[in-house]
Write a protein that binds this ligand. Structure first.
Ligand SMILES: Cc1cc2nc3c(=O)[nH]c(=O)nc-3n(C[C@H](O)[C@H](O)[C@H](O)COP(=O)(O)OP(=O)(O)OC[C@H]3O[C@@H](n4cnc5c(N)ncnc54)[C@H](O)[C@@H]3O)c2cc1C
Length: 482
């Protein structure tokens, strides 16, 4: 933010030390009465004769808000300049250092920012999350970053990046949990092979032999790989937005990234939690204890669906702001990208069936998206928003199918290449002995599993959304009980 919106002096005194880690940084939006509703914040800023602003207010849940690992902490604080309009439009952004930074870069006096409490959390215990009071003694100063009342525009640059990063936390946690689970399933011996179940002297087998455990593992593996590729595609869009050959190409990838951001954030964090939970299941009772690392991953990843804009807020952003971008042209671009993979897959005999199934889901997603748009513009607006999260799930599922099919189109010829180099040898034997062959085979299995076992459920979810069931809106608040 400082790099893109700061003054020359701000860049000179803050950038180097923040980038090289001498000083830490935070983001300070949340207040007790202003969580998702950032516009309701009450922190104030008052201009001083020297051009600085006096900051007064309380923030909560601030990650890295107080720590002694770095010699200074630079807080970007959202506040309202006295007399500014109400709501998000009247918010400005300020650089508020823990210790004041003089114009020559040297540290000045303590800037009256006090940690008033440390949140006791369910997970991420290594992350200092705390409440901060700015200007309790009336001595906290800040520097305006960007223009007055345009703080949200600046903050969104950091928030969009953070949303993508939080999505990665979901994907990475899932990946770690899966690897723990698969290794455990190879080592833990319980039960007998299903085909030898009546042979009392049959030996115990590793649980990875059991179909139900394999089902859990393959489900986790498919999500992990699909999410990893979605993340890579998102980061590819970031690169292309910067280095595209012309403005048209840059804007094409910026559009895709804007559309994908709420999906990367929500879908990957919700699936991340589910995969961690499934991994814990593979460990049985041991997974529920602190002796194994999966329960920690499960607790740690849970926050990712909440911070950086809850997943519910992301789904609303997708429906209200992202789908209508350029009259739906960006959504069509995404559909076009998926179709490219479907056509590519059709050139491999083994993948045509999967390509056809994905095409069916893509077509239905197109219809569903039109339906959501119409409902959101009608008197049934609330019904549309009641389905925003389920809609995000379905688009995420289709993207998983796309990514897994894409991976399969890369894996199939590579696998064939390896097999052809060893004529006469059994495919199974080659796969057992060659790690690359096993990996490529695994990609085909992930795509096969997901497209045949999960995507049909997605089609059902799409049907359900199109029913426009209004129960969520209709139920009287009294009838919730409680
Ligand atoms: C560990 C941790 C670290 C954090 N780090 C930071 C940080 O560094 N900086 C920072 O500024 N904040 C931080 N936060 C705060 C976090 O961003 C907020 O908790 C989050 O934005 C949600 O706000 P809230 O907790 O007030 O929930 P609320 O806004 O009260 O939301 C409660 C529920 O209502 C839903 N809801 C709210 N409004 C609407 C609406 N209009 N339409 C539909 N549904 C709605 C939400 O989706 C949610 O399910 C952190 C929080 C935690 C727990």
């Amino acid at each position: 933010m400082i790099q893109n919106f700061g003054s020359d002096t701000q860049k000179k005194i803050f950038l180097e030390k923040m980038i090289n880690g001498t000083w830490g940084g935070t983001m300070d939006l949340t207040e007790p009465g202003a969580g998702s509703d950032v516009g309701a914040l009450t922190t104030t800023a008052e201009k001083n004769p020297d051009g600085t602003y006096t900051i007064t207010g309380n923030k909560i849940f601030i990650t890295g808000g107080e720590q002694d690992l770095t010699e200074n902490i630079i807080h970007p604080v959202l506040a309202r300049i006295k007399g500014a309009p109400e709501g998000a439009k009247g918010i400005s952004l300020f650089i508020v250092p823990k210790y004041w930074v003089n114009e020559d870069g040297s540290l000045g006096e303590f800037n009256d920012i006090v940690c008033t409490g440390i949140e006791k959390k369910m997970g991420i215990s290594g992350s200092a999350t705390c409440s901060l009071t700015f200007g309790g003694q009336g001595k906290c100063r800040g520097l305006l970053l960007g223009e007055e009342h345009k703080g949200m525009r600046v903050m969104f640059q950091m928030m969009n990046e953070a949303r993508i990063l939080v999505g990665s936390i979901g994907a990475i946690s899932a990946s770690a949990a899966y690897l723990y689970a698969v290794n455990y399933a190879r080592d833990r011996y319980q039960g007998r092979d299903l085909e030898k179940i009546f042979e009392t002297d049959a030996p115990q087998v590793p649980i990875i032999h059991h179909p139900d455990v394999r089902r859990m593992l393959l489900k986790m593996k498919a999500y992990v790989e699909g999410m990893r590729s979605l993340q890579y595609f998102g980061y590819y869009c970031i690169e292309k937005e910067k280095i595209g050959k012309d403005d048209k190409e840059k804007s094409y990838y910026k559009g895709l990234l804007d559309l994908l951001t709420p999906i990367m954030k929500s879908y990957c964090t919700d699936r991340g939690f589910e995969v961690c939970s499934e991994a814990l299941q593979v460990f049985g009772g041991y997974g529920y204890t602190r002796e194994y690392p999966v329960e920690q991953l499960l607790r740690d990843v849970r926050i990712a669906s909440i911070y950086e804009g809850t997943n519910g807020i992301q789904a609303m952003d997708l429906l209200a702001r992202k789908l209508p971008m350029k009259e739906g042209a960006i959504f069509l671009n995404l559909m076009g990208e998926i179709e490219k993979t479907i056509n590519m897959a059709r050139s491999f005999t083994v993948l045509t069936g999967l390509a056809d199934r994905l095409k069916k889901a893509v077509d239905k997603l197109g219809l569903l998206t039109g339906h959501m748009g119409k409902t959101a513009m009608s008197a049934d607006l609330k019904v549309a928003f009641a389905h925003a999260s389920p809609y995000l799930e379905t688009i995420g599922d289709v993207i998983m199918g796309w990514m897994l099919l894409w991976r399969a189109t890369v894996a199939e010829p590579k696998l064939q290449e390896i097999l052809e180099k060893q004529p006469g040898k059994e495919r199974e034997t080659i796969i057992q002995k060659n790690k690359n062959a096993a990996f490529y085979q695994g990609q085909l299995n992930s795509a096969d599993y997901f497209i045949k076992s999960v995507l049909p459920i997605t089609l059902g979810k799409m049907e359900a959304i199109m029913e426009n069931c209004s129960a969520v809106v209709d139920i009287p608040e009294e009838s919730f009980g409680g």
